[in-house]
Design a protein around this ligand. Structure first.
Ligand SMILES: Nc1ncnc2c1ncn2[C@@H]1O[C@H](COP(=O)(O)OP(=O)(O)O)[C@@H](O)[C@H]1O
Ligand SMILES: [Mg+2]
Length: 416
């Protein structure tokens, strides 16, 4: 009897190539090796050459969770490091403006203080850190967000005076919106607005913000002046079947150098089916589902992945994802929101539904219902679509995949 790992070896694979899926779990080398160039990459490259030629750039990478923003952020950082740039990466937490500011200065000042840089830069970073390290516990009235933004921009200006390229990458921007109190968010965004209005004139400087489309739309509603200071928006659309096939090939190749360009044990039709029906063009979901399909195929000792092993694999992926999502639903959603989600899933086929139409069924007044629905959009459970004056809501594709049975999307023959 062959164990699963041994069977993977029969495919010529050292291990399951779809195991490491998040950008954080991959090294910069692995990211480069497995990357498939898309239209987004060309736009990013053109902005990088702008700043390498002494210009400045402000770029937003906008895409759903798993669309490939963080791997781009990582590639931008690697490219600029090779040009001896001082580039800083941060994921800002939600919370009070003080907490966000603390995290922002921490991720710039601390690395700068520890780098081999000209003395005046190190001094400037130390002074800034001295000023802002207590910011989270300072009385709110004493804290001036625009000064924080200006101070940060000044530091980058100093870096530019040394003819050093610099950059600030803010990943998972949605976290600020998801985890902050509405009332405080405006103040947080003022830091960014002020920083951005000064950053735009700094030679050789780039700001990159990675955000989900929902959070970016909220930003435009809450504080449009921040969004207008971002000059380039690069939107990640669902990947085509062709790109999906390329992504799969590169992954397999990285773990099976002996068979470059081979899709074995998959074939193009299988990848197309998975990309279209289950991943809906989302690279992370594609890899997640392929991982389970390969596991199941290896356990069953199948020589090739056919449509039947696809179904078994999807079922396995579904169970794993369901555990994680159920936990998230329990932790993040209030009981009222859970009622709404349950109704949309069990009785409305996942949507799209006109939000206000649920108010009778749920016994909630329209104003409250609409507030809950919008919060669930910001928390990434629902998508919101506007068609003229009609606003509809729909569950996210990942939830559709997970709750296929509850949604009546699985044919009876596919069940036990
Ligand atoms: N063009 C691409 N080529 C290769 N892999 C990709 C591509 N786009 C996305 N991926 C893969 O999808 C996964 C999710 O990407 P990630 O950057 O973490 O998404 P996001 O930050 O948008 O949530 C990663 O494993 C990444 O390797
Ligand atoms: Mg990411």
């Amino acid at each position: 009897m062959l164990s699963e790992d041994e069977y993977l070896k029969k495919y010529g694979l050292k291990r399951n190539p779809f195991d490491k899926i998040s950008a954080e779990s991959m090294t910069a080398d692995e990211i480069v090796k497995m990357h498939v160039v898309t239209a987004a990459d060309k736009k990013i490259a053109s902005n990088l050459s702008t700043i390498l030629n002494g210009g400045s750039a402000t770029v937003a990478l906008i895409g759903e969770y798993g669309s490939g923003k963080s791997i781009r952020a990582s590639s931008i950082i690697e490219t600029l490091k090779r040009k001896d740039a001082l580039i800083f990466y941060t994921k800002l937490p939600g919370g009070t403006p003080g907490i966000v500011t603390y995290a922002l200065f921490e991720s710039v000042c601390i690395p700068l203080m520890n780098k081999d840089v000209p003395e005046d830069l190190r001094k400037a970073a130390e002074d800034l850190w001295e000023n802002y390290r207590e910011i989270a516990s300072m009385p709110e009235a004493k804290f001036k967000p625009y000064e924080a933004g200006k101070d940060l921009a000044k530091l980058f200006k100093k870096i530019a005076e040394h003819d050093i390229i610099s950059g600030l990458v803010i990943d998972e921007f949605e976290e600020i919106i998801e985890a902050s109190i509405q009332r405080e968010i405006r103040k947080t965004f003022e830091i960014l607005r002020e920083y951005l209005s000064h950053a735009v004139g700094i030679s050789g400087h780039i700001t990159v913000i990675c955000s989900t489309p929902n959070a970016w739309a909220s930003l435009k509603e809450i504080h449009p002046a921040v969004a207008t200071r971002i000059h380039v928006e690069i939107v990640f659309k669902p990947v085509s079947d062709k790109i999906a096939i390329e992504i799969t090939k590169k992954r397999l190749e990285a773990f099976r150098p002996t068979k470059p360009g081979s899709l074995d044990p998959f074939d193009e039709d299988v990848i197309k089916k998975v990309n279209k029906e289950y991943a809906t063009g989302n690279p992370r979901m594609l890899l997640l589902v392929l991982r389970s399909i390969l596991d199941v195929a290896a356990q069953n000792k199948a020589t090739k992945v056919d449509f039947e092993s696809v179904e078994g694999g999807v079922e396995f992926a579904r169970e794993k994802l369901k555990d994680a999502q159920s936990e998230r639903i329990k932790q993040i959603l209030t009981p009222k929101m859970r009622d709404i989600l349950e109704l949309i899933i069990s009785e409305k086929g996942g949507g799209p539904i006109v939000g206000t139409a649920l108010s009778d069924e749920l016994g909630m007044d329209q104003g409250n219902l609409s507030r809950y629905l919008n919060q669930m959009v910001a928390l990434n459970f629902l998508n919101k679509n506007r068609d003229g004056r009609i606003v509809t809501f729909e569950i996210k594709p990942e939830l559709k995949l997970i709750f296929a049975e509850e949604l009546g999307l699985i044919a009876d023959s596919a069940k036990e």
